[in-house]
Design a protein around this ligand. Structure first.
Ligand code: O4T
Length: 441
């Protein structure tokens, strides 16, 4: 899908119309056209809905979270959630939780390295990164550790991870089915999709239940995650809290694990970039005397590396909008209600937009060049990814701890082939080698 879009832009130019199944869309890739689209949106932006997900919620009479809601319902839930999930106050409260899990990941890696004699460790980090991101998400949301970075993680959480993967993978083939046809198709994919959702919701429900019980017992009042804060504030009804916490929980696994894998791979095959970032981290440490919450504002090159990863490997390959009022894009009149897609993958690799797009060069984000509307992987404006701050802080702290303790190398320097399975993933996960940096070396 992402490569087809890239070919279409190369063939038809920076804007083209397309009909994909029942979806009629206008596709753009230039930052100034994206700016036009986003600057014309109102206070209730709406995205392409995910029909199979809506169908599941209807079938099981589950409430929708902000990802699936639209209009005033979306806005009222979103404004309440923003305070705990996206605001700097919310971030300051949950940051220490992410620090703890990032440190535990280093311990988890060292334990495995000590096991094998050679002192280095070559591993397919795919599964481990999912454990890290699920451990982080559930700690930030429920204030509870799942123990996924211990010797033998509990089976339920492992089942949850594979359910999220299955759900995402089965979403794509169902996405372009005419709505309403889903429930009549006996086909395997729809059944697999439903089963995966049921596992996701039952697991999230269990976590929510025992937080709720603890909460009702009136625990001592220290911050114990986003869910507890939402219960305390009692601005959202319990079933809305459940729906949104389930989206945050399931939505924070693959979407954060993939960019981490791609970043480690790019740093492994660009050792000078890796060294520059490691030096920036060590310098920042002395500046802030180990207070890592301040550190995040002293590592611009690391921030650039994450932007560079999301440029080349955007987790969501498009940002979609239905403009509420007519808009002019690239001198074309686009009537309200048309599905407009910003092709993030083609934009990120377009020489019209980025000089030397093939180079992994975090510095490009630090230059005074005009980078506006070029870093859109988390979307834009009031409807941007609500998990953005959790994901950014989680990735920054993970990379700070990993780069401080290990040199990363990769077996093959060849480009990774990417496939689109509702999120952008590597066709074959790269093998990474971890070499411990003994403190003070
Ligand atoms: C939509 C969301 C939060 C649930 C289960 C989600 C996911 C998931 C997600 C989060 C970005 C994306 C991109 N697709 O551009 C890849 C799983 C909710 N999510 O992965 Cl209940 N951030 C997806 S997008 O269409 C938003």
């Amino acid at each position: 899908m992402h490569r087809v879009m890239q070919r279409n832009f190369q063939r038809y130019g920076p804007i083209y119309r397309e009909k994909l199944g029942t979806h009629d869309s206008v596709n753009i890739l230039l930052p100034r056209d994206a700016a036009q689209l986003f600057q014309s949106e109102g206070i209730l932006p709406s995205r392409m809905s995910i029909e199979p997900w809506m169908e599941h919620r209807r079938l099981r009479s589950h409430k929708c979270g902000v990802f699936l809601l639209n209009g005033e319902e979306w806005r009222s839930d979103r404004l309440i959630l923003n305070k705990e999930v996206l605001s700097p106050i919310g971030v300051r409260k949950f940051l220490p939780f992410l620090q703890e899990v990032a440190e535990d990941f280093v311990t988890f890696m060292n334990r495995r390295i000590r096991k094998n004699t050679r002192g280095t460790f070559t591993v397919d980090l795919y599964a481990d990164l999912f454990r890290f991101t699920l451990e982080s998400s559930s700690y930030v949301l429920y204030g509870q550790r799942l123990g996924l970075l211990e010797e033998n993680p509990n089976a339920e959480s492992v089942e949850f991870i594979s359910a999220v993967e299955t759900m995402l993978k089965t979403t794509l083939p169902l996405l372009y089915m005419p709505p309403g046809l889903l429930q009549w198709t006996k086909n395997k994919v729809w059944k697999e999709h439903l089963d995966a959702w049921d596992i996701i919701f039952s697991h999230a429900d269990k976590c929510i239940q025992n937080i709720y019980q603890e909460f009702c017992l009136g625990q001592e009042r220290k911050y114990s995650g986003i869910m507890a804060e939402l219960l305390l504030q009692a601005e959202l009804p319990l079933d809305s809290i459940k729906a949104n916490v389930t989206e945050l929980m399931a939505g924070g696994v693959d979407t954060t694990a993939m960019p981490l894998l791609f970043t480690l791979f790019e740093l492994a095959r660009n050792p000078h970039v890796q060294t520059a970032i490691r030096e920036e981290i060590l310098a920042a440490e002395t500046q802030v005397q180990q207070d890592e919450s301040k550190m995040l504002n002293h590592v611009p090159l690391l921030k650039g590396a994450i932007k560079e990863t999301l440029r080349l490997y955007p987790v969501g390959i498009t940002v979609t909008r239905y403009p509420q009022k007519d808009v002019v894009l690239h001198n074309y009149h686009v009537p309200a209600g048309t599905l407009v897609q910003v092709g993030l993958y083609p934009m990120g690799r377009s020489p019209e937009v980025f000089k030397r797009p093939d180079r992994y060069d975090p510095e490009r984000w630090l230059k005074k060049d005009d980078n506006s509307f070029k870093a859109l992987a988390f979307g834009f404006g009031s409807r941007q990814c609500i998990g953005r701050r959790i994901a950014e802080v989680e990735m920054m702290l993970f990379l700070i701890h990993v780069l401080r303790n290990f040199k990363i190398d990769t077996v093959s320097k060849a480009d990774i082939n990417t496939v689109f399975g509702f999120i952008l993933m590597p066709e074959k996960p790269p093998l990474l080698t971890f070499r411990p940096i003994h403190q003070g070396q």
